[in-house]
Design a protein around this ligand. Structure first.
Ligand code: NFS
Length: 638
């Protein structure tokens, strides 16, 4: 079947899948097959489990039943389900952002000496942006102020938009939301709110209004979904990115390696996986310290090596150049190499199948967060107050596993690619001579046709990396600068499309621009919370060109999206004025109203909107059409 033959475009993945097939290791692709046919009600979003008069489902063909027991129709059910997904995604990113904020407060108060402020320059930049008067304050006092403003964004009750959004989102964008609120109020008599009041409040509002018998108007529900997504992009994720830069350093350009070939059979291999850098930063320092290296040598290894997956590795790749073993669909495959001593996870995107799979090997599966427990795992609770002790315990556990490794089971694919990574907005600006002006000029004069942020996950329903890599390759050929985050950026790095020499494959204008500024044409911008860097990038460029983001030739794409978080990112992009391409449909097709609002009406309301295209060349063409249309419009304005 199609699913079997085209599981991945990555030769390393195909090599490991051959091992899986031969040895009978079950993978995510096998389980997808077992789930066929998947429920059509679920796929189209018309299944409701909100109260116990149900579960209900609407007949998608338009026949009876066309309402749930309570009377809710497809529009209500689809909108409710969708914004609950958005709320879950926003909650994951924002709960992540809370942790560096609390840690910064602890450091400022002198309560944590294990961590510090690695990047005082960024701290001052964030403080300035937030409008904090720093004169006469010590660095720690500034840190305390920044932490307070951040934490206030989570929990305040005054109903005003959160400070991060007020200070980071361009003024004309904020005015557009306010205008829209007034217009809707005038025409309908109700007062919708687009701008988030607090990061913690908006997901609660979503859960409240979607509970039994509350909000049933699809537009009202979707507006709250937008508000919740904005609380993520301009709140939780923005805080995560900015404060992690303060704590661990703003990324600088560096060389790194990607794909399963980074696993070195001579070493104790620790695979970090998940999303949050607070623990992995410490774990890496501890692993690479002389003491642990010596212990590893005593156990017969050449030393300890830390590699990683998914967004945890994106964080430490950007800041420390830690090697990437792969993206989301590589996690099971990495274990099957038989050469991973420990998989050390924090939160999110970790397959529960990993527990059973690691049992087929000597691999220790170690959980570290009480928010992400897996029955059967070794749990070593991480806490910021005991960073060193916990790190050492984890590394020692991994080293102890080395002698249990079965050499007969070791098979590591050769594939490893060199990549240039570490391009946050600050580093990009540095390459451009201090600020983004040259990029704005290149966009305006057509040297660069547009900017596309390719982001998000892998999904076994789509050949792994096919769209990520294909889109990146096609788009640079067409003169489009690509910026990537998350598992998409890893896909592109694995495919060897993140080197400086890749500029040779780009259209002439983009190629010359990249050469002049010593940049690859596909820029790694970090983890998924770092999609906030794309908001900063687009906002800065729009302001330089005296445009709204909705007029800028930019597109976001999550071609292989999987998680709720990806939908939240798509929603805050769209709401921020960025058209969003998805490679497959979110569960909204059961409501023509919801589908119309998200793919058409939203465009008039906010400038951004969704479009869906699963084939590579039509998707490329659709993205280019959006860029060209926007370019034509803003050129005619001049
Ligand atoms: Ni993003 Fe990162 Fe990957 Fe998707 Fe998961 S790791 S937060 S959600 S699967 S890109």
């Amino acid at each position: 079947s199609k699913l079997e033959d085209v599981r991945s475009v990555d030769p390393a993945a195909l090599a490991m899948l051959a091992v899986a097939d031969r040895e009978g290791y079950e993978t995510v692709w096998d389980r997808l097959k077992q789930q066929q046919p998947q429920c059509r009600m679920g796929q189209t979003g018309v299944c409701c489990r909100i109260c116990s008069m149900g579960p209900c489902r609407i007949n998608p063909s338009g026949k009876k039943p066309d309402r749930g027991v309570c009377g809710a129709d497809a529009d209500t059910i689809v909108a409710r389900n969708l914004i609950r997904m958005i709320a879950a995604g926003a909650s994951s990113h924002s709960d992540h952002g809370r942790k560096p904020a609390i840690l910064l407060r602890e450091i400022a108060a002198g309560h944590n000496a294990d961590y510090g402020i690695k990047d005082p320059e960024k701290l001052l930049a964030v403080a300035a942006r937030l409008g904090i008067a720093v004169e006469g304050l010590s660095l720690l006092e500034v840190a305390g102020e920044v932490a307070e403003v951040s934490l206030e964004c989570f929990g305040k009750q005054d109903g005003e938009p959160i400070r991060f959004l007020q200070r980071y989102m361009p003024a004309r964008r904020q005015e557009r939301f306010q205008r829209l609120e007034t217009e809707i109020a005038a025409s309908t008599g109700r007062r919708p709110g687009f701008l988030p009041r607090s990061i913690d409040r908006e997901p609660v509002d979503v859960l409240h209004r979607t509970t039994f018998g509350t909000d049933h108007d699809p537009l009202s529900l979707l507006i709250q979904g937008v508000r919740c997504a904005l609380a993520d992009g301009w709140g939780g994720s923005m805080i995560a990115t900015e404060l992690q830069d303060v704590l661990f350093g703003t990324p600088r350009a560096k060389a790194a390696q990607a794909n399963l070939g980074v696993i070195d059979a001579d070493y104790v291999n620790i695979l970090v996986h998940g999303h949050e850098p607070i623990f992995s930063e410490k774990l890496i320092d501890c692993s690479l310290g002389e003491e642990m290296q010596a212990v590893a040598r005593e156990h017969g290894a050449k030393g300890v090596k830390v590699i990683g997956m998914c967004c945890t590795v994106n964080e430490v790749l950007m800041r420390k150049g830690v090697a990437v073993a792969g993206n989301h669909l590589h996690q099971e495959l990495a274990v099957m190499t038989g050469a991973i001593e420990a998989v050390v996870v924090d939160v999110q995107c970790i397959l529960p199948s990993m527990v059973n799979l690691t049992r087929c090997f000597h691999t220790r599966f170690i959980t570290t967060s009480d928010q992400a427990m897996f029955p059967g795992a070794i749990h070593i609770q991480y806490d910021e107050q005991n960073a060193r002790r916990v790190s050492e315990e984890v590394v020692r556990t991994a080293i102890a596993a080395f002698s249990d490794r079965n050499p007969a089971k070791v098979s590591i694919p050769q594939e490893v690619m060199e990549a240039r990574v570490g391009y946050g907005v600050e580093e990009l600006s540095r390459h451009l001579g201090g600020d983004l002006h040259p990029l704005a000029v290149a966009l305006a004069d057509g040297t660069i046709r547009g900017i596309v942020g390719i982001v998000g996950c892998n999904n076994p329903k789509i050949t792994q990396d096919y769209l990520h890599v294909g889109l990146a390759r096609e788009l640079i050929r067409e003169g489009v600068l690509v910026v990537g985050t998350g598992c998409s950026a890893i896909a592109v790095a694995k495919a060897g499309l993140m080197g400086l020499e890749v500029a040779d494959q780009a259209a002439a204008g983009l190629r010359d621009f990249c050469r002049r500024h010593n940049l690859p044409p596909v820029l790694h911008m970090g983890s998924c919370v770092d999609c906030s860097r794309l908001l900063v990038l687009f906002s800065d460029l729009a302001e330089r060109l005296d445009l709204d983001v909705s007029e800028l030739p930019v597109v976001g794409s999550a071609p292989e999206w999987t998680t709720e978080k990806a939908l939240t990112i798509g929603t805050y992009f769209a709401a921020s004025g960025v058209p969003v391409h998805l490679g497959h449909m979110p569960p909204i097709a059961g409501s023509s109203t919801v589908t119309r609002i998200l793919t058409e009406d939203l465009r008039g309301l906010l400038g951004g909107y969704f479009f869906v295209e699963g084939e590579l060349l039509p998707a490329t063409a659709a993205i280019l059409a959006v860029l060209d249309e926007r370019r034509a419009r803003f050129l005619s304005k001049e």
